[in-house]
Design a protein. Structure first.
Length: 256
């Protein structure tokens, strides 16, 4: 289906475009990616079933630490849902940017769950700086900004029981989604028609020539969501003084 041509020099046309729900675009995505959408819905539902237990553990503990852990973990699921809605509205860069936040949220949840001081900064030829991460987050310390979380998780992987494979996959995912989060050739390509020279889109669109890329994005979300149940269970266990978290959290998803 060819998107309509809109005269964006007309303020009323701009207003209609800003309020448009992109229903036709969503219908195209749904028609071509129904299998992936169904699979993602199933694995996301499994994740959301674990949220009440996480909330209950946090409410029982009633600490800033458990509140932060739970908030970041819930944010991961919200980011995946919202990112997928943006993808199905044809807004690929915005969708990818939110997926980067989802990956950062996983790392920050782990870091906040630690009771022991963690390495939050490394300086050349100086000892590493350590602190209680969750306290620094609560203090709005610039060293706990989200874009630093993957590297900090790598520094503290042994302390937190996170495998090297998990960190490596998160680094790969972050690198992939960084391309959607900053201006570049990929963001240019995301808003032009690949097989119709000279055609550019404003707002959401479905481009059949990008179907493989759309499908890859969905499969990456499915792969990530398959890893989240043990992650959520691990976080809940860290809030229970009578339970021991699993020895190591592994990640086997691939990001291409």
């Amino acid at each position: 289906m060819t998107p309509p041509i809109v005269d964006l020099s007309d303020p009323e046309a701009v207003k209609r475009e800003l309020l448009d729900e992109d229903a036709a675009v969503r219908a195209e995505f749904a028609a071509h990616l129904d299998d992936e959408l169904t699979e993602l819905a199933g694995v996301l539902a499994v994740c959301f079933r674990l949220i009440p237990a996480l909330n209950a553990a946090a409410n029982q503990a009633e600490t800033m630490q458990t509140a932060l852990v739970t908030a970041f973990a819930y944010g991961v699921l919200d980011d995946i849902v919202t990112s997928t809605k943006l993808l199905f509205a044809g807004k690929l860069p915005a969708s990818g940017n939110l997926m980067r936040q989802a990956v950062e949220g996983i790392a920050m949840s782990f870091l906040c769950s630690a009771d022991a001081p963690l390495i939050i900064k490394k300086n050349k030829n100086q000892p590493p700086v350590t602190a209680r991460y969750r306290q620094k987050v609560d203090d709005d310390d610039h060293r706990t900004q989200g874009h630093k979380a993957i590297e900090q998780l790598e520094w503290n992987a042994g302390t937190l029981g996170v495998s090297g494979g998990a960190v490596a996959n998160m680094r790969t995912a972050t690198k992939h989604y960084n391309a959607y989060s900053h201006c570049g050739k990929l963001t240019i390509a995301s808003r032009v028609a690949l097989e119709r020279v000279g055609t550019a889109y404003v707002g959401g669109h479905f481009d059949p020539a990008k179907l493989d890329a759309y499908r890859s994005e969905m499969n990456q979300r499915i792969g990530l969501c398959r890893l989240l149940p043990p992650f959520l269970e691990h976080l809940a266990a860290t809030m229970n003084p009578h339970a021991k978290p699993g020895t190591e959290v592994e990640a086997k998803a691939t990001f291409e």
